[in-house]
Design a protein around this ligand. Structure first.
Ligand code: BDR
Ligand code: CA
Length: 323
């Protein structure tokens, strides 16, 4: 089987680093490009971190582009309390790589139009605020036939993390998430939400983190150090691979149980701004009669349960760790 072409949109970020490593190392994927956006840290730091991680994983050839420097409307909101001031828990290093001169949106357009020209499609995996994705789909809707589907990390059908109700990636740019989800519906692009309901389930133990750090592979060593840092931040004995789970869901979709629901993003609200409102009602009578037009929402495959042990094993195997 030919590897599946993917593009990651990232705000690297500790768990974005885990996702990049998996996308580079798993032979079932072909990483065509990586686009960067302001999120966990400012976009220049995101670019530096992304290039460093790709270089460490042996993928210095993959094109990387700098994208949105801030959210569409919201004030920038970073997550340095989780990822550290440099976004990589103090492990960030400069890289010799040269970034693409193209803006992220232009690189996405180039790759997707080339895919259309070759009769291919590419799976997009956004794992950051969806500023680049919203701009892409509104500026160049003609790329839609080149997108196999969008599997994004973001949102939640239950609890939040940035706030009581909102997940970080959506909270950081709610207008962008609302636009990306609406545009996907309008352009018939299938969308899967890998949200907080499953994000926190795929765990690596301290013992496994130590074993990664002690391995001979520079990417595994970095992953181990980042995991140990994260264990310290959360004060736990096991910690999530986070965004990397969304990549697992592309490699082994059967490990994610999903259900199709209408989704909207709260862009107003006081304490609910950035919440993904997942409409789990199932009676057509109420849905049809909804004064807010429930039937006009985008239907999204919502990840509700995950094969956590299977995905942890998949990720560890990509970094050379077998039980
Ligand atoms: C998401 O927010 C970021 O901090 C992580 O990288 C992940 O994409 C989790 O809410
Ligand atoms: Ca991220």
């Amino acid at each position: 089987m030919n590897p599946l072409p993917v593009i990651l949109d990232v705000d690297t970020g500790i768990d974005d680093a885990f996702a990049l490593m998996l996308a580079v190392r798993d032979p079932r994927l072909e990483l065509r490009a990586v686009t960067c956006v302001s999120g966990n840290v400012n976009v220049d730091q995101v670019v530096t971190n992304t290039e460093y991680v790709l270089e460490t994983a042996g993928a210095a050839h993959v094109p990387v582009a700098r994208g949105a420097t801030r959210p569409l409307l919201a004030e920038p909101h970073h997550a340095t309390h989780v990822h550290g001031a440099d976004g990589l828990g103090g492990f960030a290093r400069p890289s010799d790589r040269r970034t693409e001169h193209l803006h992220a949106v232009e690189l996405l357009r180039r790759e997707l139009m080339a895919a259309i020209g070759n009769g291919e499609t590419i799976t997009l995996i956004p794992m950051a605020p969806q500023t680049n994705i919203a701009m892409l789909l509104r500026t160049y809707p003609e790329v839609a036939p080149g997108i196999e589907r969008i599997v994004f990390m973001g949102g939640s059908a239950s609890v939040g993390n940035a706030t009581a109700t909102a997940e970080f990636n959506v909270f950081a740019d709610p207008e962008a998430a609302a636009i990306a989800i609406a545009a996907a519906g309008q352009l018939d692009i299938p969308m899967t939400m890998y949200g907080l309901d499953v994000f926190n389930e795929v765990l690596i133990t301290r013992e496994q983190a130590v074993s990664l750090r002690r391995s001979g592979d520079p990417a595994a060593q970095l992953a181990g150090a980042l995991l140990e840092h994260q264990l310290g931040v959360f004060g736990r004995e096991a910690t999530t691979i986070g965004d990397a789970g969304a990549v697992c869901a592309v490699i082994e979709p059967e490990g994610l149980r999903t259900q199709k629901y209408g989704v909207r993003v709260e862009t107003g609200g006081s304490y609910s701004r950035g919440q993904t409102i997942v409409d789990r009602r199932d009676w057509a009578g109420d849905l049809d009669d909804d004064p807010q037009g429930a039937n006009l929402t985008t239907m999204v495959d919502i990840g509700l349960e995950v094969d956590a042990a299977g995905y942890a094993k998949l990720w560890l195997a990509a970094l050379g760790q077998t039980p």
